[in-house]
Structures are given as C-alpha cells and as structure tokens.
Design a binder for this molecule. Structure first.
Ligand code: DX5
Ligand code: ZN
Length: 223
C-alpha cells in the first residue's frame, strides 16, 4: 500500500515571509513534504525561484533534524539536466522533471540519482500518460498535472484522472502525485483514481485552518 502524503505548494505562500509561513504549515499541519515549484520563464510562462531560495528554506528545516522535511522539487524548466547539481546542493530531496523537456528521460533519471536525489517525472495535461510508461519502473514518483503548469490557483481538470488510473493499475507501489487545483472539493476523484501524493497550494496556504484541510485531504486518500 502506498502512503498518503499531502505536499503543500510553497508557491502559494508569502515569499517575503517564506520561512515563517512554511514553518507554520509544517508544524501546525504535521506535513512531511513541501512541494517546491521551480519555473524558468521558458518551459512555462512564469518565473518563480531557484536554488538560492531552496537553500535558504533548507536552513529552516535542517537535514540534521530527526525527521527533516522532504523537499519535493517540481522542475518546470526547459533543460532539466542543468539544475540537478545545484538543487541537490541546495537541499532538494526529490527532483521531478517534465517528460516534455527532454528527449532522453533515462539519462536525466541517472543524472538525478547520481546526485543522491529521488526521481520524479511529470506530464502536462496535453501529454499522454504513455510517455511515462517505458521508464515508470525507474521512478520514485509520477506527477500527473491537473492544471497547465505555471500558475497556482487554477481549476482542477478531472479528465486527467484517467491517466492516474492507468498508472495505478500498472504500478501499485508507485507514488502518484497530482498537482493543480486540489482541495476539499476535488480530492475525491483524485483519491478514487489512485493518487496518493496530493499537492495543495491555495487550498492549504490560504485556508483559515490549514490543518483542517490537510487532515481532510489525508483522510480522503486513506479512506
Ligand atoms: C502549478 C504548480 C503547482 C501550484 C499548485 O504550475 O505546479 O504546484 O502551486 O497550486 P494550487 O494548489 O493553488 O493549484
Ligand atoms: Zn507543482
């Protein structure tokens, strides 16, 4: 059985108070992962931040802690190989590249592993899940985008759940992550399809009671 994981997306936090915001969510919400969206302004039409910010955030969650927070880095970048070393040094734990950004996914996978990080691969809404199947057995995580990557606060695309079902049937133990528009209103189809890693930006960071939302999402996956 795969484990239920809620990964708050820091894209929805107040960047001027990033450390304090994340501390609050992690401590009060009891989450083990943070979802970290890196955008290069080329693969997606938006720029977020890169390794220096991740490195600063890592200081708030030192790897010397008993249970260091897991930095789930979603790399919306055109040249995924370019940033592997920097992200590893900054404290990234998992490096999720987009299949659309490379013609040699296996080479990217090997390069990520060589730097000691776990490996994820993501597909945009327009990319068939088949693009992941040839090498899915080499991944720690498959990310099915449920919005067009680039911005938080968009509407969940339920038609992407077919991709989750296909993957879950073939790979019972794989971490399957969904990202975009997830919250209390949209968790049910995602959980039923077999997603176990739930990225939640707006629904958690902008909530009155983030813990209540995190608990609800976790319970929906486990049910
Ligand atoms: C979108 C990002 C998401 C985003 C999700 O490109 O990959 O992680 O932060 O935000 P919400 O949960 O607000 O849709
Ligand atoms: Zn993301």
């Amino acid at each position: 059985m795969v484990k239920s994981i809620v990964a708050p997306s820091i894209l929805a936090s107040d960047f001027a108070n990033l450390g304090a915001n994340c501390k609050k969510i992690v401590t009060s919400g009891g989450v083990e992962w943070l979802h970290i969206d890196v955008m290069d302004g080329h693969f997606v039409p938006n720029i977020s931040f890169g390794a220096p910010i991740i490195s600063s955030l890592r200081k708030e969650f030192p790897e010397s802690d008993a249970n260091p927070v897991f930095f789930d880095c979603h790399m919306m970048v055109s040249n995924p190989e370019q940033w592997i070393e920097e992200i590893a040094k900054a404290g990234g734990n998992q490096y999720t590249f987009h299949v659309e950004a490379t013609d040699d996914p296996e080479r990217v996978i090997n390069a990520i592993r060589a730097k000691g990080m776990k490996v994820g691969c993501a597909v945009k809404p327009g990319t068939p899940v088949d693009a992941l199947l040839p090498f899915a057995d080499k991944l720690d995580l498959a990310l099915i985008m449920t919005v067009e990557p680039g911005f938080g606060g968009q509407k969940f695309m339920p038609e992407m759940m077919k991709k989750v079902e296909v993957l879950r049937n073939k790979f019972p133990e794989l971490n399957i992550e969904v990202d975009g528009g997830l919250g209390k209103d949209t968790i049910d189809p995602a959980a039923e399809a077999g997603a176990n890693v739930i990225v939640a930006g707006t629904s958690v960071f902008k909530a009155q009671d983030p813990k209540e939302v995190i608990d609800y999402l976790n319970a929906s996956v486990t049910r």
